[in-house]
Design a protein around this ligand. Sequence first.
Ligand code: BG6
Length: 465
Amino acid sequence: MTASHSDALVLFGATGDLAHKMIFPALYAMTEHGGLTAPVIGVALTKENPAGLRKLVTDSIKASGGIADKRALQHLLSHLTYVSGDYKDAGTFAAIKTALGTAKRPAFYLAIPPSLFGTVIEGLGQAKLAEHARVIVEKPFGRDLASAQELNRIARAAFPEDSIFRIDHYLGKEAIMNILYFRFANSYLEPIWNRNYVSNVQITLSEDFGVQDRGAFYETAGCLRDVIQNHLFQVVALLAMEAPATRDYGALNTEKAKVFQAMRPLKPNDLVRGQYAGYRKEPGVAKDSDVETFCALRLFIDSWRWQGVPWYLRSGKYLAATATEVIVELKPPPQRLFADSAPANGLGNYLRFRVSPNSAIALASRVKLAGKEFVGEQRELYLSDEQPGEQSPYERLLGDAMAGDGALFSREDAVEAAWAVVEPVLTKHHPVLPYKRLSWGPKEADSIIAPEGRWHNPTPHDAPG
Ligand code: BG6
């Protein structure tokens, strides 16, 4: 642990869903790998005794894949304490101060509903707990431009910008980090990575399940806010940005912010919103809900590099497969020497970044088939594949935040610039169109991409295409 390393982790929302599904397993993995020695203080409204919290943590780790290292679990449990209380109550923050004991540089992790971020940050500031501390904030960071600005104002009143860690777990995925690495660790890509060679970029994040038990949350968000403005925009930024001067927080966010600033603000006709059959019957969902569970959109980045290149983004619940994939399609050869070198219906040469459920990078090129005729087919060269020992995004990001490394986190101007792109269509949009469960969304989504192309539907199981 270095001098600037956080010496305690305070987890707000310790009895919540995110803590159960993601954070406790990540803390266990960190302990197992030697990345967490600091005490952990769970905070929540629920009255719970320390033994109750230890049980919650143990159950969560069991559910996420089992306990391979009992010593790591014991270590984590013995460093765990619990504070229960209302976030509006100054007494809660006084109790946290007591629980922190001699810790001087705690990290406060806000795994709580966004509506409570402001209350907790203000509580930390008033209790003088923010000095020398870090705050880790879960997405969604705001629900529109004005609320993001307000949240940034509140956070900045208590913490300096380099102590605020805005988490987008997508940035902690190996496959996403590999996009950054792949782009800037190879020189052959640069000459073709622009409007002269790239015809379009498609990104699909599809899930074959619904909103599950998150209907009430989803009603306040919808697909555009839930995954497009953050996860998919971050992927766009990594693919579209100029080379950053260094690999640190400031340089990376400067380049990402420029991409968002160059994006054309969306108009209602740039997107198709859909809603899966039966969504309105989900618990917590309004009977007449117009919230989209599917969104397909066309985006333009008005920069020297990307002028005129369409970026197609699509995501949805209850689609035909669970997979996240990026296809960067290249323009066909200028001369049509072979009849099949510019397929009318198929994809041209492309680079494919597979993000989930497995990670991979593949490069597709045409090769001649044996025989008299000059006809061929497109085959994929697999450049990288899943590797053993990948950290979970939460293990990676929590470790980075506690070590003060902000490279994989978002800066306020980048977050606000991303909100500015979607702002015009958050309230002004066409009504949702119904779609069948386990389909690829409403057929109207094809109009986003036609007549030039078509959506490439990722397969649930990846194999060289
Ligand atoms: C979350 C969204 O941020 O990302 C979820 O709230 C979505 O609705 C999830 O399912 C997708 O992330 P992953 O890592 O499961 O692909």
